[in-house]
Structure formats: structure tokens, C-alpha cells
Design a protein around this ligand. Structure first.
Ligand code: PLP
Length: 401
């Protein structure tokens, strides 16, 4: 195998809820749920049932046909607040790729004084994927290093700084892409009115607003979609929203959702042919799981639970941080939480986020990290209170040293 990621020396063979087991039979408590993908935990019995039933019915027929599971997912996304249409793919990166292509098509059809508009403004510390266009949008230069030349038409401005966006808008700009809460960049929240003001700027300049919800979508932050935290009289939602990770529950699903007006530009019947497609996107197995995820979340009140449990975890960690000099900040929304460590703290027991992750693993606790020495928690929405308390006690002990 290509060693593109630094793998731990552990082979996992089985999972159940917030627990996984390695090949030697050791049990681990999972507070990072597979980078956010198994949002309902490992092997949720209702998802196992949904995928098994679908496996006995139909797997894939190609997207020239209607299939019921796709319709159920598209309806769920609309029902939970995003009014528009869904396009199904396989990953966060290719959902964003579909969004960026759609924005470019919009700029091609709605030209500016200088002709076609194609520039997409993104933010520092953002992560949008590792395909060519999404590397261009990603705010971390390390992701791009060695892969140039990239497609032109991307500009990167400081997150949460509206003047920076304003200064970057010119005749060729067509869209702004931002995460409702930045994930890979280290769990950063915008000011509560950032998206309202971004929306106003976009409307003023006829730009599309793209919310990258690959991490924040599907209940993770205590709302179905992260942008819903920032709704106001002036902000009813983005033009385009992208989903990944949790929307597949651990299967390969990406979704690009667009308002009817914008989605129309991908309409093969009215736009003179196919503008975007992918063979396996929306396959029945993945969609059956995705549809069930939305149904289970609503049935079991898991989005509300993510909000409440997230508040409890954040409060507890803030109390702990008050007496722990090596913690600089605790930030989060729902079950998407970052603990920023402070390398400058005069604390002999200081460990970097990577060291914390490794020591946790040695104690059979799975946590993540993010840019800027941040320890990241993103447990399954189904995690039990007792598991959370046990995991946090161990994490605190490790950070304290
Ligand atoms: N967008 C965001 C906000 C992400 O955090 C990620 C991955 O972490 C992506 C896009 C890319 O998703 P994927 O790894 O599924 O391609």
C-alpha cells in the first residue's frame, strides 16, 4: 500500500457504537469516529439492517434511472432545511469539485464587465479536499506544495474577516466558499454575523455562497447543517452546500446541494447536455444507509443530543482548562470540539497534540488532532454518557501529565 498517511501500528477488526477492537482483541474507546464519518457509531444495527436489506434488492443501475434511496436522501436534506436539489458523489472533495464547477458555470453564464467570471474566494486555515480545484481552494499551502501549477482562479483571505473578502472581490469573482466551523484548521468558529454579512456581500456582487459542510453537516454540530447556527433575517442559507463524511455514515458519499436556481445550470434537459456526472454516485447501498441516517437522527433526537452533550463536554473541558496551563482554549459546536494546547506555557508536562493523540492511543482511547496544536474530539452522536465521562477523564489525565 502507498504510505500516504502515517498509520498507527494497530489493525482494527471490529466496531460497535463508540468502541472498536484490534486484531489482538484489545478494546478502544473512540472519541473521533473515523474522522467524523461513522456519525452514528460503528455498525449501528439499523444501518446494518438498511444496507443488508438494500444489498438484497438492488446495488447500482446508473444514474439514467430513478432509484428510491437517492430520492429519500434528497428529500431528507430538503426536509431538514436546505431547499434545493442534491447531486450525489463519493467524497467531500468531489462534492466541492462539483460545487466549484457549478460556480464556474454560473460565472460563464452570468458574465461580468471583464467577461467570464471564475474566481472563487476561500479562507485561510480552510480545508476543502485534495483534488486539483479543491487544493486551490484549501487555505493550507502545505496541501498544495509540489503539485503546481494548479487551475487558476482561487484567492485565499483570512477567515472571519469581511474586509479581506471585500478587498478580493473583482470583476472575475464568482463565489465565496467557507466552512461554517473550520475543522481541519483547528475548530474555529466565525463571528455570529459573519455568514449574514458574507451573504450580503455575495448578493451585492452576484456571487454564489458555498458552505462546505463536509465536517459540519449531518447533525455533528448540534444542527442538521452547520450554517443553521448562523441563520438570521439576512441569512437564509448558502446557494450551495456540500456534504461528505457523516452523510455516508462510513460509506463513500459526497453530496452537492444547490438552490433550484443554481442547480438548474446542471439540468441536462434544459442546458443542452450533461454538464457533470459520476458513475457510482448515489449508488443504492450508500444511499440506503444515508437515508437511514437522517431517519434515525430524527427518530432518536440525535441532533439535539449532539447539541446538549457537546455543551456538557465543552463546559467540562473549560473547567479543566482553567487549572491546566498547557491548554490555551477550548472551542466547539455540538460534538465537534477542539482543545488548543499552548506550547509557550511554562508547564513541564506540556505535550503536543500529536503526543497527546499517541499517548491516548497507548491507553486505548482514540482522539484526533488538527492544525495549530489542537486535540480534536468528534465522537459518534450515539456515544453514551458513561463513555464520554470515561474518555474525558483519561484525556484530562494524559494532558495534565
Ligand atoms: N471539506 C472539508 C471541510 C473537510 O474537512 C474535508 C476533509 O477533511 C474535505 C472537504 C474533503 O473530504 P474528503 O476527504 O472526503 O475528500
Amino acid at each position: 500500500m502507498v504510505l500516504n498517511l502515517p498509520r498507527f501500528e494497530v489493525a482494527l477488526v471490529r466496531g460497535e457504537g463508540a468502541r472498536v477492537w484490534d486484531a489482538e482483541g484489545n478494546e478502544y474507546l473512540d472519541l473521533f469516529a473515523g474522522f467524523g464519518a461513522p456519525v452514528l457509531g460503528h455498525c449501528h444495527p439499523d444501518l446494518v439492517k438498511a444496507v443488508t436489506e438494500q444489498a438484497n434488492k438492488l446495488w447500482h443501475v446508473g444514474n439514467l434511472f430513478h432509484t428510491e434511496p437517492q430520492t429519500r436522501v434528497a428529500q431528507a436534506i430538503a426536509r431538514h432545511g436546505f431547499e434545493g436539489r442534491s447531486f450525489f458523489s463519493h467524497s467531500g472533495a468531489d462534492a466541492n469539485e462539483a460545487a466549484i464547477k457549478l460556480a464556474r458555470l454560473y460565472g460563464y453564464l452570468h458574465k461580468g464587465p471583464a467577461g467570464q467570471r471564475y474566481k472563487v474566494i476561500s479562507t485561510t486555515r480552510s480545508f476543502h479536499g485534495r483534488s486539483f480545484a479543491t487544493m486551490g481552494a484549501t487555505g493550507n499551502p502545505k496541501v498544495r506544495e509540489g503539485f503546481g501549477p494548479l487551475p487558476p482562479g482561487f484567492a485565499n483571505v483570512v477567515y472571519n474577516d469581511l474586509d479581506a473578502v471585500k478587498a478580493e472581490i473583482d470583476d472575475i469573482t464568482v463565489a465565496v466558499i467557507a466552512e461554517p466551523v473550520q475543522g481541519e484548521g483547528g475548530i474555529h468558529l466565525p463571528d455570529p454575523d459573519y455568514f449574514t454579512k458574507l451573504r450580503a456581500l455575495c448578493d451585492e456582487h452576484d456571487l454564489l455562497l458555498i458552505a462546505d459542510e463536509v465536517w459540519t453537516g449531518c447533525g455533528r454540530t448540534g444542527k442538521y447543517f452547520g450554517y443553521q447556527h448562523w441563520l438570521s433575517d439576512g441569512f437564509h442559507g448558502p446557494d450551495i452546500m456540500t456534504l461528505g463524511k457523516g452523510v455516508g455514515g462510513g460509506l463513500a458519499v459526497g453530496v452537492m446541494c444547490a438552490s433550484d436556481r443554481v442547480a438548474e445550470l446542471y439540468n441536462a434537459r434544459t442546458q443542452g447536455g450533461v454538464k457533470h456526472a459520476t458513475t457510482l454516485g448515489g449508488n443504492c447501498l450508500a444511499m440506503a444507509v444515508s437515508a437511514a441516517i437522517f431517519e434515525i437522527m430524527a427518530r432518536d433526537g440525535l441532533v439535539e443530543r449532539a447539541a446538549q452533550l457537546g455543551d456538557r463536554i465543552t463546559k467540562r473541558l473549560r473547567n479543566f482548562a482553567a487549572n491546566c496551563p498547557s491548554i490555551k482554549d477550548v472551542r466547539g459546536k455540538g460534538l465537534f470540539i477542539g482543545i488548543e494546547l499552548d506550547p509557550s506555557a511554562k508547564d513541564a508536562s506540556f505535550k503536543s497534540a500529536t503526543e497527546v493523540v499517541n499517548q491516548c492511543l497507548a491507553q486505548r482511547l482514540l482522539v484526533g488532532s488538527a492544525q495549530g496544536d489542537v486535540v480534536r474530539l468528534a465522537p459518534a452522536l450515539t456515544i453514551e454518557d458513561e463513555q464520554v465521562d470515561r474518555g474525558l477523564a483519561l484525556l484530562e489525565q494524559i494532558i495534565r501529565g
